[in-house]
Write a protein that binds this ligand. Structure first.
Ligand code: PLP
Length: 395
């Protein structure tokens, strides 16, 4: 089922599922197999000559993974989806498939650090050049396009950790002037519940399924959603690079997708309440949340998003150590990387994702020592707010 007349959660529960499963089971079976056998040579030839659709070898596809792919395509409003073993496997496989030596990529400065690292540190070794622009500098983006060389513009929206929201229609209008340039949006923070980048000008959308899509901090996976020919070509390339998701993780992803809208709606509400409470607190210097009028992209977020997401970033009044004491004082959010799960997670980016840099190096890329990123889970908002307040009382 990928019926556009159906609501989000109806699709999330039912899309992509075979009507009748083995033994009448209601859940999708975990197809734990590396190879798929043929009855005879005639069936094998039917498969290779495209007369029947079936699996052949585990690196090329898996029925449990296929159900998750159809579900994500349906809820993401794309023709097709290909799933990978992690968000980074989705991104690296896509970039390797789409770029050649001598070509050029534009990315935004607040883009996921490992994506930036892959483009500037790995693709550069294969002759791919790149330009980094600020997420709100649309003139710089337009000026950076080299008509003969630029092939991709890639950004997150919202970005990490400052939750900058790109005006996707504006960026899409810029890239649309250059038919060879594709716009790739990592919408991990937004999820298909809050934002529809394919309807706003993006050519392909990435999700780290590890985060909200699976939603329980218990698997890693990545997805690419977009037009059928492009995504099918990426799936074929996945068969070469090998970043396939295992069937058990695909099952966890399918289960998570069924409650995606419920969880994200709740996380949107809680995060807004948390952001408002923090903004009013005297020991908080600044809150970054697109749902607040104080956020630089509030107006863009209101236009482009139906919810503002479950991540709130903020500056504690004070230095690195005082901020660590606040983080350590929290009882409900646990300290850890990642985001988007049912458990609230808190981290000080200076000591987590950017731990190997000095304060000066972090300042240069905008990561302040007193910055905290909170990924709101599905706990009760009042409990979370009370917990953050008691931790602030201690510093
Ligand atoms: N994109 C974003 C926005 C992320 O936050 C992450 C991981 O934190 C990734 C991509 C990579 O996803 P994964 O950890 O599943 O490889």
């Amino acid at each position: 089922m990928s019926d556009p007349s159906k609501g989000f959660s109806t699709l999330a529960v039912h899309a992509g599922e075979p009507h009748r499963k083995a033994h009448g089971a209601i859940t999708t079976p975990i197809s734990c197999t590396a190879t798929y056998v043929f009855d005879d040579t005639a069936e094998m030839r039917d498969h290779f000559e495209g007369r029947i659709e079936r699996e052949e070898y585990g690196r090329y596809g898996n029925p449990t993974v296929r159900v998750a792919e159809r579900k994500i395509a349906a809820i993401g409003g794309g023709e097709e989806c290909a799933i990978f073993s992690s968000g980074m496997a989705a991104i690296t496989t896509t970039l390797l498939a789409m770029l050649r030596s001598g070509q050029h990529v534009i990315l935004t400065s607040d883009c996921y650090r490992r994506t930036r690292q892959f483009i500037t540190g790995v693709l550069s070794r294969f002759g791919v050049d790149s330009t980094i622009v600020a997420p709100d500098d649309y003139d710089a983006l337009a000026a950076a396009i080299r008509p003969k060389e630029t092939r991709l513009v890639i950004s997150e929206s919202p970005t990490n950790p400052y939750l900058r929201c790109l005006d996707l229609e504006r960026v899409g209008a810029i890239t649309a002037k250059h038919p060879a340039v594709k716009l790739l949006i990592d919408a991990t923070f937004a999820t298909p519940v809050n934002q529809r980048p394919l309807e706003q000008g993006a050519d392909l959308v990435f999700h780290s399924c590890t985060k909200y899509l699976a939603g329980h901090n218990d698997m890693l996976g990545g997805a690419v959603v977009g037009p059928e020919p492009l995504v099918s070509a990426l799936r074929d390339f996945r068969g070469v690079l090998g970043g396939i998701l295992d069937a058990h993780s695909a099952y966890l992803l399918i289960r998570g997708l069924k409650t995606l809208e419920l969880r994200v709606t709740r996380q949107n509400q809680t995060a807004l309440q948390v952001a408002e409470a923090l903004e009013a607190h005297p020991k908080i210097a600044r809150v970054y949340y697109p749902g607040l009028a104080s956020h630089p992209d509030h107006e863009v977020a209101v236009r482009h998003m139906s919810g503002f997401g479950g991540v709130v970033s903020f500056l504690v009044e004070g230095d690195l150590d005082r901020t660590s004491r606040f983080v350590d004082g929290c009882q409900l959010p646990v300290i850890g990387p990642s985001l988007g799960g049912v458990e609230s997670l808190i981290e000080q980016p200076a000591l987590m994702s950017f731990y190997e840099l000095t304060t000066e190096q972090r300042e240069a890329i905008g990561i302040k020592d007193n910055l905290v990123r909170l990924s709101v889970g599905v706990e009760d908002a009042a409990d979370l707010i009370a917990d953050l307040e008691q931790a602030l009382d201690q510093v």
